[in-house]
Write a protein that binds this ligand. Structure first.
Ligand SMILES: Nc1ncnc2c1ncn2[C@@H]1O[C@H](COP(=O)(O)OP(=O)(O)OP(=O)(O)O)[C@@H](O)[C@H]1O
Ligand SMILES: CCCC(=O)O
Length: 361
């Protein structure tokens, strides 16, 4: 049988996106939703490995495909040690770090693990592309204010890099010639200054920066420390408050921006205030990113699911347009970006990186 397809796997917190590509053509794509009750049975995200893998293999079979038709498998890569941008072969040390969650737990840690396991059935190559741990920070961005804690580069690297390539192409420029600010506005928010194509700083969507549909972003640290030691919460409850149950969902009971917009349209003043506060914090973060670029900014790009929301993008645009033109690239095309990372390697345009040789610190 001809091996002509690349299987793309992108695990999210409650679903796994899967796609089959034939060269650049997306032949089939599906969002496989998972039973939340089932997911709650697993202590760690990586414990969901077998459960999600079986669902993916069943989907493949039900759609009439065999693993023997695959030439490669690629997964969204996770919270690895800091590494440069690129396409990586999934290797043993990488699997170890994904399983431990060396920089924390994240659904994308499952991407490489599942990709490797399905690829091993056929003895074909598995890859990850531009994982959330891509690190192009300048050293000055790593200092937090307390020596025990470092500011870390954890960001929506895959979509941000893909969007940067799109914008550069539209502007007929090379990414190395551009200074951009890209704000990925999804379930989590990454605001990133790109200096000549390099992501030299970022807010770390899990811990800092603006609040988002389901995350708190940065908080007043004194009050947070008090809350942690109040005796009212376990560590795991606090973590859930910060990521999963923080942000829009904490104030308004939904993490769906479309629902919030409906509330505002019906005259809900609290929804309006909270939504504007999110826009305000995003715009402020963009302002900070502009300072990182010393005001030399070619464009500000708004991307991710929430960039579909006109009311939000209009609000942000009004606040930041004095800095540079604002470009909208709503949604994300991570599946295509993952496939393209593999195609660049298979065509010989780029060499696959080896994690063990690339770890930065
Ligand atoms: N057409 C739309 N209009 C307005 N908001 C939208 C639209 N589509 C998605 N969103 C909002 O975008 C947010 C989720 O964005 P997205 O789908 O990019 O996130 P995700 O993939 O779940 O998480 P992340 O981007 O952090 O990895 C939700 O609040 C959702 O309601
Ligand atoms: C850690 C950056 C990616 C995400 O927030 O999901």
């Amino acid at each position: 049988m001809n091996r002509e397809y690349v299987l793309v796997i992108n695990p999210g917190s409650t679903s796994t996106k899967v796609a089959i590509f034939k060269n650049s053509e997306n032949v089939l794509q599906k969002n496989l939703s998972h039973d939340l009750k089932e997911l709650e049975n697993y202590k760690k995200i990586t414990d969901q490995f077998n459960y999600r893998k079986e669902i993916i293999l069943n989907w493949l079979k039900n759609e009439g495909y065999e693993t023997s038709q695959l030439k490669a498998v690629v997964g969204r890569g996770g919270m690895l040690r800091p590494i440069p941008s690129g396409t990586y072969k999934v290797t043993d040390d990488m699997i170890k770090d994904l399983n431990i969650g060396i920089q924390g737990e994240h659904a994308s840690n499952l991407g490489g693990i599942i990709a490797r396991s399905i690829a091993d059935i056929e003895r074909i190559q598995s890859y990850i592309v531009d994982p959330v741990a891509v690190d192009e920070f300048e050293d000055v961005a790593r200092i937090s204010g307390i020596p025990d804690i470092k500011r870390r580069s954890l960001l929506h690297a895959l979509n941000i890099k893909a969007v940067t390539h799109n914008v550069a192409k539209d502007m007929n420029k090379k990414i190395d010639d551009l200074n951009l600010i890209v704000a990925h506005l999804g379930g989590g928010i990454s605001v990133v200054p790109l200096k000549k194509g390099k992501m030299v700083d970022a807010n770390n969507a899990n811990e800092m920066g603006p609040f988002s549909p389901e995350r708190t972003g940065g908080l007043p640290v004194g009050d947070m420390a008090k809350m942690c030691f109040s005796g009212n919460y376990t560590y795991s409850e606090i973590k859930k408050k910060i990521r999963g149950k923080g942000g829009l969902v904490a104030y308004l009971g939904t993490n769906d921006t479309r629902e919030v917009v409906k509330m505002i349209e019906k005259g809900n003043q609290r929804a309006k205030l909270v939504f504007e506060a999110m826009g305000y914090q995003i715009a402020k973060e963009i302002g900070g990113a502009g300072v990182v670029l010393a005001g030399d900014i070619d464009a500000i790009v708004l991307t991710g699911g929430m960039a579909h929301s006109k009311i939000l993008t209009d609000y942000i645009r009004d606040m930041v347009k004095f800095m540079a033109p604002v470009i909208l690239q709503p949604g994300e095309d991570e599946m295509r970006a993952l496939n393209e990372g593999v195609l660049r390697v298979l065509s010989g345009e780029e060499e696959a990186k080896i994690y063990e040789y690339e770890v930065l610190r």
